[in-house]
Structure formats: C-alpha cells, structure tokens
Design a protein around this ligand. Sequence first.
Ligand code: ZN
Length: 504
Amino acid sequence: MVLVGIDGLGWSLVDPMLAAGEMPHLAALLKRGAGADLETVKPVISPVVWTSIATGRSPDAHGILGFLATRMQLRTPTIFERLALAGRRVALYDYLVTWPPPALPDGFTVPGWMRRGPEIWPADLWARTGVVDYRVVYDRAESQEQHRAGIREELARKPATFAALLEAWDPDVAATIVYAVDRTGHRFWRDAWPDAGDEGRPTQAPREDSLMREVLRGLDVGLGTLVGALEPEDVLLLASDHGFQAVEPRHVWAMRTRELLREAGFDETRDGFTLVRQWGVIVARVRPGPFDPRDATLERLTAFFESARGPDGEGLLDVQVLDGIERPADRRRSLWNRIRQRGFRLAASYLFGATFDDPAHGWVVARFDGDQMKSLWPDATVSLDGREMRAEALVAREDFDGQHHDTAVFVAAGGPIRARAERGRISVLDVASLVAYLAGEPLPDDLEGTLPRDWIDPAWLAAHPPRSIPASELPGLLPSDSAPAESVGDPAMLERLRSLGYVE
Ligand SMILES: [Zn+2]
C-alpha cells in the first residue's frame, strides 16, 4: 500500500486538466478506482493536516498545531508507526513532521522538509539501498526563481527516487508527500490564471506555458512512474491536505540584503553579526562580544540601512536600533531612546512576529514602506551607500497570490478497492483506518474516523471483516534513535516559511 500525498492539490486544479486529457495516469487511476472530496481539519496548514492523515486524530488530540512543531510534540503514534510495530515493513519518505525520525523496525524514515536536522533512519539508508539521496531541502529563504527551480527538481527527481526506494526496500506500506503543487499555488497563481479575481477556484485549466500547467503535467508523469513500479494487487492512495483558490495578491519586499551587505564590505563572521531576516522586515543581530568593535558594527549597519534613498533623497527604510546589553555609563542611551526601544520591541512582536530573545550586543531592524516602494519599483533610480541603482536591484518584490481552500483530493485504486464513477466524500480522519485495514491489521479504537467500507470490494470485505483493537493494548510512541539537537532554530525556520508564503 502506497500513500502519495500531494500537498495543495484540489479538484479544481485537476478536473480541467483531466477534461483536457492532460493527466492520463490520474485518469486511469480514477477509472479503475474512485475519487472523493476529502474534508480536512483546521487549521488548514500542511503539518497539521498531514499529521491528522497519519494519525487518524484531530489536531487537539495529535498535538501538532503549527509550522514550528516537530515530532517531539506528537502525542499519539501515527498509523505508520503502529503498523511498523505490528511487524509491517514501513517506509516514510519526505513525509512531514517525522523529525526526529522514528526508529521504525524493518522500516525507514526520511523526514520531510520541516526537519530541524539532517538525521534519517536508518542512518545508512542511502548506502544500503544504493539510491541517490534526494529530498526537498529549503536551507534558506528562496526567491521566486529559486522556487521555480526547486519545484522542477522535485518533479524530476522525487517520483523516481521514491520508486527506487520501494524497489530496493520492498516495504508493505509506504508514504511520501510531493510539495510542488503547494509551492506553485502560493506564488504562481496569476501566472496560471492571469484573470483570477481576488477569490474563488478556477474552472479552466491553467494557462499553457504556466508553471502550474507544467507542474500538473509533471505530477501525472510522476504518478505514471510510481504506478509502473507497483503490482496490480498493490493499493495506491493519493491524498492532498487542502485545495487552492485565488487570493488578493500580497507583496513582500525582500531586500537583497545579504548580497548588498557583502558588496558594501560587510562580513558576518569578521564583523560579529547575523542577518536573521530579510523578508518584509530586515533584522540583523550583532552578536555579543567586545563592546567597541561590536558597537562599531551596530553603527555601521545602521548607517548602511539609513543610506537607502529614493530619487528625491527621501529615506526608504525605517531603521530602529535595539540594545541587547547594558551599555556602560558613559555610552548610555537617552531616557527617551530607551522608552522608544521598549515600545518598539512590543510593537514588533505584534506587527511582524519579531522577537529579540537571542543573546545580542544589539539589533538593527529596518523596514520598507510598502506604498512608497510600490511607486518606485522596479524602475526608479534609488541609492544605497552612495551607489545608484534601479529599485529592482535594491529590493525584490515577492508576490503571493494563491491561498488554501479547505476541500482536498482523495483517490484510491488497486487491490480490493472498488471501481466507482461517482465522486464520494470522506474525511482526512478516515485515511488512517483505511491504511490499517488495507495493511491487514486491526483498527485501533482511538482513531476518530471510520473505515469507508463502500470503497472496498464487497466480497473482499466479507472475507476480511475489519477488526478492532483497543489502543490501550498497543505500544505508545516510538522513540527516535536519538533525540538530536535542532540544527535549525525557529528564526531560520520562520524565514523559510515566509519565503514560501506560509507565514507573514
Ligand atoms: Zn500551502
């Protein structure tokens, strides 16, 4: 049994493509199986929903409530862990909220992209299988072009990598998630539907030559690769976590800060600072150290950001300096300055989620005025550090124009799955029951969904009546092989999430 998760896939993306004959492999799956609207859970964000699919539990029960959660917050075992403990060979490949990776007996785990460290289980998976390591990696905030390249790479490599892992490991149950549709939906919606209003789902296929059309075609080719690696008695489940719709575009001004700082002669290592954030708001943390050189860095950074000027010499960045240490008596700030700093810290946490808890000599926070930039971007001549440049060279405009819709997609085909033309309706909470049943195991009685019996061939169902088992008789959460330290902290993870359009 293979679960292929497609983050962000909605029927409104798929149906016009099916009608145009552009997704033949998906059409073939629907013909020998069935499809359904998949009701999702709230909040409709990926880590929460994928964990409900994996556990069969609502968010309050499973404990994964937001983007910063890791498996450490999971309160109930996933069906995959339970099947592994029941003796099934289970394979989790790039599935969300599986870091730190559970030590599945006879199985493997390659944690999905919100992983906080590189650990996989078993550590020698790639060497042992001879498969080349591929997984979606965001190790920094990415621009539109970088996302485009990453999306294409995922479609080109993930299905083949997953198929090769299935071939080499021969698991009983396997699951993966593809992220390309979601990444495309958030950032490239109007590229696909130029006339999309400010809300609503599409009724037509995405524009020819659009990234979304390329992605849906690529997805179908990937499905073909996977189907080709399966036997007729294997079951393929395809699920998404939510669909997509248009939303009023949101612009984020992302200064090309890192390169501009480098060109101006700054060096994060030598000068003792870290650029924490450059999406929407620029935050540089001057690390603790000897007072005079660190204070000089604080002043140089401040002057650098204050030097950003428009065509009429007007300042482009609102720059605020915050102290992280008690300053010596002869270098103290004025009372007024200190009061202002305190107010700014409070406002910053409300307005743009900035916190200033890490040890620091100080911070420089700089923000563009969105309306002002809109009038100057991309062609006006601006200056920075005395150098003239086009506004576009100073700052990139990142647009987010698609948003989640709360109806997702479910398709099942193969094995005892019955062919059915009409589209049904099930809940993400039902998927774990179906997975357990198809794996031939009893259904734990703490699952909140029900087994969708009408999806199973009646003769098979009569021969294999579903059994139930008290969850209290099952083992609890699987330990990870180790509880590794997070090598990616919350601020770095938040910056990546901003560049995906997931958080503001
Ligand atoms: Zn999304």
